[in-house]
Ligand binder design. Sequence first.
Ligand code: ATP
Length: 372
Amino acid sequence: MAKILFNHVYKRYGKFKEVAVNDFNLQVEDGEFLVFVGPSGCGKSTTLRMLAGLEDISDGEIYIGDALVNDYSPKERDISMVFQNYALYPNLTVYENIAFGLRLRKLPKHEIDLSVKRAARVLEIDNFLDRKPRELSGGQRQRVALGRAIVRKPQAFLYDEPLSNLDARLRVQMRAEIISLHRKMEVTSIYVTHDQVEAMTMGDRVVVMNKGVIQQVDTPELVYNRPNNIFVANFIGNPPMNFIPGKLLEDGEDVDFHTNRFALRLTDKHAAQLRKHQLVGKTVILGIRAEHMSFESYELEQHSRSLITGVLEFGEFVGSDRYYHLEIGMDSLLIARAHTRYQFNNGMKVSVALDMEKALFYHRDTEILLTD
Ligand SMILES: Nc1ncnc2c1ncn2[C@@H]1O[C@H](COP(=O)(O)OP(=O)(O)OP(=O)(O)O)[C@@H](O)[C@H]1O
């Protein structure tokens, strides 16, 4: 077990030195479960592979514990990796697959036997030890791949999209199993996924990446509630955050947010914040999540300065709630959430109250969150 440090790490590929990972700086704490998340091609696998020693580093330093590992072989780094395609040996039995790494390390036979059986018991694959991988289901194969990783206690576990090949139900189950294993073993872990739900449910902290650059490193709650920039706000959360561009205008002591359709009164806190950034008179982007836009009528009166009206295009049923797409005469639709006990019809003209306490403001050009 160890902490891991990335210090100004770069990866450039090919003749044109295209940057796949750009000035990556991060400290992973000892025993932490950290998730890298981002769209396809954002550099998350490359970063993980550089840490594992499967890919050279173009620039920078990687430390595992106190050791600078840039020139260490994968084996010397003492890391276990779990891959998306399981990477099992087809000709070996489940037992031999799990034992493989221990044999390479020349551990005594009885010790290997104990470790393999313990791992197999934990993962409930002890009945399949004599089978070959082709005689197993996808979920069972992924368990064997996990077994191979947890059979010993390395400095760190690295997971590269290990659940992508499983069906939705099995994914949820394996997610829980991986986290429960992590709680028991407390080995520093980095988990790569493009699935934001996986990232949010599993990570102690989440690293959101785009185009080789870290966008935000925070707890799932902070990444969801206070996305650093519009990219993160769009990527995390389903549906994504709503964005409304508008101009800030002074009204005596107050500041209002104006579009050509409606005006909203800012909270004192937001007004002070945006004044400090000298943005009064300028255009900013208001970000608000669907659950902070409500249809309930009693709230409408209380929030008369936070109402917008529009036409309901359609609703999406998601169990206890329905997401309504609302046309407010701008380029994009807004999405508001309502409990299914409320029924609205397509084409209805409605008023929606925005919970302005929960609104976030982003700079129009940099798309960065405006904070205190
Ligand atoms: N061997 C390689 N040669 C050249 N370019 C590469 C190589 N491997 C990866 N890349 C490029 O580096 C960038 C990052 O790739 P990487 O696989 O790390 O992304 P990722 O975020 O893991 O994506 P995915 O979720 O699709 O696996 C991509 O633009 C990819 O095309």
